[in-house]
Design a protein around this ligand. Structure first.
Ligand SMILES: [Zn+2]
Ligand SMILES: [Zn+2]
Length: 270
């Protein structure tokens, strides 16, 4: 029953002899790195330039990769296993926790709201507080500028724990669906998270709210658009009037190493 175009996690975990959480994590991990490789290759070969909003990052894909792998394997994976052991997430689909497809939009909306409340509050009031920015290590994530897909998971340990581990697993534990739903959510995050940080907008702004412009603005301007833009409903940014356009920002600020430096004659082996 691969209704969601995903490998059947239960069958796969049986075949691999792995816990369901580990199997789901592995599917997530493969999707995430395929998506990031796609953006990495596109950047390297300068593909889809028409859709690239900016190139503000100094750090490259390969420089970002080790910390990302560390966070995912040392933090996210064990958290998934631990939460499965407690019976919170990645629950084996059974008669009792099965749900009909019509409930999917409800579950997705619930997840989106819960995730946003955690993400937005932790992001705005802890990570961007005067004391928290450096102490909690949010400066690590902000050393990237939102133009390299893989930078989504380039974070300090505390930042990663709050904004990825807690912000994803806690809503799933509250909703208590089953492993199919949990997998769908993490795979969605593996696609939209890197997209949000890729510096590309394949819809060229036509999806306003759901454009990576929001998160790029956050990385480049810092004090706006605290929500987890693409994929979230951006309710809190609207409610608190903290989206970038509430501040009247129209364009990206110039960063030392943006397009200009890169696109001038110096076309030798970059
Ligand atoms: Zn931030
Ligand atoms: Zn970010």
């Amino acid at each position: 029953m691969s209704m969601l175009y995903l490998p059947e996690p239960v069958e796969l975990s049986g075949r691999l002899g792995l816990p369901l959480s580990v199997t789901c994590f592995l599917i997530y991990f493969v999707v995430f790195h395929l998506v990031c490789a796609f953006f990495g290759i596109s950047d390297h070969l300068k593909l889809f330039r028409k859709y690239k909003l900016h190139d503000s990052d100094e750090k490259t894909y390969l420089q970002l990769l080790p910390r990302v792998l560390f966070n995912q394997l040392v933090f996210f994976l064990p958290s998934c296993v631990f939460a499965e052991r407690l019976g919170w997430v990645f629950r084996t689909p059974t008669q009792e926790n099965t749900f009909s497809l019509w409930k999917l939009p409800i579950y997705l909306s619930l997840f989106s709201v819960y995730e946003e409340i955690i993400f937005y509050s932790a992001h705005r009031w802890l990570l961007h507080s005067k004391w928290g920015f450096t102490l909690l290590g949010h400066n690590v994530h902000h050393s990237t500028k939102g133009s390299v897909g893989i930078s989504q998971h380039y974070m300090s340990v505390i930042d990663y724990f709050l904004e990825i581990v807690v912000a994803i697993l806690v809503p799933l534990a509250i909703i208590r669906a089953n492993a199919y739903f949990d997998l769908l959510i993490i795979v969605e995050n593996a696609i939209l998270g890197p997209y949000d940080h890729s510096g590309y907008d394949f819809f060229l702004g036509s999806l306003r709210r759901y454009s990576p412009v929001n998160h790029s603005m956050h990385h480049l301007r810092s004090s706006c658009s605290y929500g987890d833009s693409v994929g979230s409903m951006a309710i809190l940014d609207s409610l608190f009037k903290t989206s970038f356009f509430h501040f009247g920002y129209q364009s990206f600020p110039k960063i030392k190493n943006d397009n200009k430096n890169k696109e001038e004659p110096k076309a030798t082996g970059s």
